[in-house]
Design a protein around this ligand. Structure first.
Ligand SMILES: N[C@@H](CCC(=O)N[C@@H](CS)C(=O)NCC(=O)O)C(=O)O
Length: 207
């Protein structure tokens, strides 16, 4: 199995899950080869991550996470429990439609720009985005009251999904100071070794 990655949030979810589940794979840091015809033949979006496992070629981090859980027999994606499945699905959807777009601008300005050396954060552009992020953070904070994890009373792919842009919330200056449950949840994830340091050590470079 090969997993193509770059140092960004969607691959991070997949790499952390692979590390957490002890997946045996070759991790390929795709680098500049992301924009080549060979890579486009695997992933026409020319984005990362992509998984290749025999004749299975899969893109979209959510689908890859589900695939890895099924392959490893992990209930972090509750493949054999429809009720739990829809619970997890609800949060994956919420992330794609609401939470991700709310945290994304902060993640981009503070984390992506620094990682890829593309200039200083434009803090002024974030001012107008604060109310939207606070509104969605309150929804998550209320949900996490009395809960350690987002769904099913245990760690699931929903946690890695929702946390992938918010993990470095302090560096990204996300306004979570009054969201103690969100902070507790992110701090709990940060104590998982595979989440805290998801980037593969043994890796092959494709560029
Ligand atoms: N919805 C896709 C998002 C993939 C995506 O946008 N990946 C970004 C990194 S988070 C990427 O490859 N960016 C490189 C580029 O846009 O050139 C997923 O979850 O896999």
């Amino acid at each position: 199995m090969k997993i193509y990655w770059i140092r960004a949030q969607a691959p991070r979810r997949v790499l952390a899950l692979a590390g957490h589940l002890g997946v045996n794979a070759e991790f390929v840091e795709i680098g500049r080869a992301l924009k080549t015809k060979d890579y486009a033949a695997l992933n026409p979006n020319m984005r990362a991550p992509t998984l290749v496992d025999g004749d299975v070629v899969l893109w979209e981090s959510t689908a890859i996470m589900a695939y890895l859980c099924i392959k490893q027999g992990s209930d972090m994606w509750p493949a054999s429990n429809p009720r739990e499945q829809v619970e997890v699905l609800r949060w994956l959807s919420w992330d794609d439609c609401h939470w991700g777009p709310a945290v994304g601008p902060f993640y981009f300005e503070h984390i992506v720009k620094k990682t890829f050396n593309i200039g200083p954060p434009d803090r002024a552009s974030l001012v107008a985005k604060v109310p939207n992020l606070k509104a969605f953070a309150k929804i998550l904070d209320d949900h996490l009251e009395g809960r350690s994890f987002v769904a099913c009373d245990r760690l699931t792919i929903a946690d890695f999904h929702l946390a992938s842009m918010a993990a470095d919330w302090r560096d990204a200056e996300m306004p979570f100071a009054s969201c103690s449950n969100v902070v507790r949840w992110l701090d709990t994830l940060a104590r998982l070794p595979a989440w805290a340091d998801p980037w593969p050590q043994a890796t092959s470079a494709a560029a």
